[in-house]
Design a protein. Sequence first.
Length: 281
Amino acid sequence: MPDRLSLRADCQSCFALCCVVPAFTASADFAITKKAGQPCPNLEPDFRCSIHTRLGENGFRGCTVYDCFGAGQKVSQVTFSEVDWQLAPTAAKQMFEVFPIMRDLHELLWYLTEALMLQPTGPLHSELRLAREKTEGLTFLGADALMALDVGAHRRDVNVLLLRVSELVRGDHQNIEGQKRQLRGSDLIGAALSGADLRGANLRGAYLIGADLTGADLRMADLTGADLRGADLGSANLTRSLFLTQSQLDSAKGDDKTALPPGLFRPAHWSLSGTAGRSVG
C-alpha cells in the first residue's frame, strides 16, 4: 500500500519530467511561454534546474508550487525502467504522454490515503481500500495500457467515493449557526474572510485567490482543489482540513502561527519569526 512518503516528489529519481511535459504561458507565474513536451530552457543536461534557488525572483513562481505527487519517479524508475528520454528519444513521446496520467493516479492515491486516515470514515474503509488498491494497481500498468486508460472515468468514480467521505467527516459541522457552508466552486477571490468560522465548509474548487483568511477556522473544511494562490493563511487553523495538499500551501501565504494538518509543512517563503511552522494533530 502507498504511504504519504511515496506520494511525494523525489526529483533525484526523476528525469525532470515536470520541466518538460507541461505547457505554460508567459504570465505572473511563468516568465516565458513553453510548449508541452519542450524542455524548459533552464533545464540542465543532468536534469537539474539552473535557477532552482531563484525560481521566484526569475519569474518562475509556478514551478515552486507544482506537485507531481511522486508520479515523476514512478514513470522514470518503474514504468520506463530508468530509461533516459534524452538518450532514448523514441521513448520520450510515450513517457511524456504517460506522465500526466500517472500524476492523476498519484493525486487520487494521496486523497484516498488521507481518507483512510480519517477516523469517521470507518463505515467506508472497505470501499476506500478497494479503490486505493485498484488505483495503485493502475500505476503499475505498462506504458501502452496507461495511455489507453480512461483516467477521467476512474477519477469520476473515485471522486464519488471521496464526496461521500467529505459528507461523512464534515457531519454536524456543515450547518453552523443556521448557515449552510456549501461554497463549492464559489468565487471568493480577494474575499475578506479574516476570522471566519468555516468549519465544515465545502470549499471544493473554490477560488480563494488573494483571499484574507487570517485567523480563519478551516477545521473539517473540504479544500479539494481550492485555489489558494496568494491567500493569506496567517494564524488560520487548518489542523483538520480535508484533502489539503502541500502545493496549495506553497501557493499561499502564512506564518508560524498557521496551524497545519499532520504531514504538511510550512513553506520556506512564509513569513519568518524564528520558529518552525507547526503541524498539529
